[in-house]
Design a protein around this ligand. Structure first.
Ligand SMILES: C[S@@+](CC[C@H](N)C(=O)[O-])C[C@H]1O[C@@H](n2cnc3c(N)ncnc32)[C@H](O)[C@@H]1O
Length: 278
């Protein structure tokens, strides 16, 4: 196995680019992780040193590789119904509250803001259908976004192994998944019909104008510096409807300007009080 030359300067350049492109902060202790994740990229490109790799990602023509690098250095770990209490809150405090209005045409939007391979937005969609079985004929959508287009493609394909579907409650598994060959399960088209997947970088401008009744932004801000996290929480506030919920990761916390507007209302659950907002 070839050992590639990897200097402190190479590490600093990679972490600087990762930080400015994706907001992700890497401490020096992550150098071995960067080396092991990126050697595959060097081999794929037929490169002999990190010096050459850094020259590519720093160049104007390095955009595609910068995205490959981000994909290689981000973690996509996720699970259906991860942190079940968020889905219970979504059901009780958002969906059941809004269901009567939804049946007479009210728009409901939920955003899964770092959706990885789709387990989070499909869990949201299953929760929606459990409250509103006619959801696909109502004005209800889940927006699912991620920086990584490979993850978006995997999410749209909607195929999962046995291990992945294990955390889906039995009745929902029977209803929403069908066998797709050797140990694979595919989510139904009907479930997918209320989910729209888009590529979106959280540290760049967001194109959406409409408001959300719930935003899931879980286990991504943890990789950002405090000021970047605060900026993201702050940008969520005007995108929430009054009474809307923000769900964040188990080791995250809303700080900065958003913390004086959003009310903590349960474990890693925040709410925009009624009567707040433009
Ligand atoms: C650990 S997964 C979290 C998935 C899901 N939210 C959950 O909690 O199970 C983190 C995801 O954040 C995405 N990500 C990293 N940086 C991002 C950025 N700047 N903008 C949008 N997504 C990003 C990664 O591609 C990855 O899919």
């Amino acid at each position: 196995m070839t050992a590639f030359k990897f200097t402190d300067g190479d590490f600093r350049q990679i972490s600087r680019i990762l930080n400015s492109e994706a907001g992700i902060y890497l401490s020096e202790a992550k150098a071995p992780f960067v080396y092991s994740r990126l050697t595959k990229r060097l081999r794929a490109l037929g490169m002999e040193s990190f010096h050459d790799y850094c020259a590519l990602i720093a160049s104007d023509s390095g955009e595609t590789e910068r995205y490959q690098m981000i994909a290689a250095l981000t973690t996509n770990v996720t699970r259906f119904f991860r942190e079940e209490h968020h889905f219970a809150d979504l059901r009780r405090h958002v969906l059941e509250r809004l269901a009567p209005a939804a049946r007479t045409g009210r728009r409901i939007r939920v955003w899964s803001a770092a959706c990885s391979s789709g387990q989070e937005p499909y869990s949201i969609a299953m929760t929606i259908f459990s409250v509103l079985p006619e959801a696909e004929s109502l004005n209800i959508r889940v927006l699912a976004t991620d920086i990584d287009s490979y993850m978006i493609e995997a999410a749209i394909a909607g195929e999962y192994g046995e291990d992945a579907v294990e955390s889906v409650p039995g009745d929902m598994r029977r209803k929403w998944f069908s066998p797709a060959g050797e140990g694979l399960w595919k989510i139904s088209e009907r479930l997918g019909s209320i989910v729209a997947f888009r590529k979106l970088n959280l540290v760049r401008p967001w194109p959406m104008k409409g408001k959300f009744d719930a935003i899931f932004c879980r286990n991504v801000a943890i990789y950002f510096e405090e000021k970047t996290q605060q900026e993201i929480w702050r940008r969520f506030v005007p995108l929430l409807n009054p009474g809307g919920a923000l769900y964040i990761g188990h080791s995250e916390r809303v700080t900065g300007p958003a913390a004086s507007v959003l009310v903590s209302d349960g474990v890693t659950t925040y709410r925009l009080p009624e009567g707040v907002g433009p």
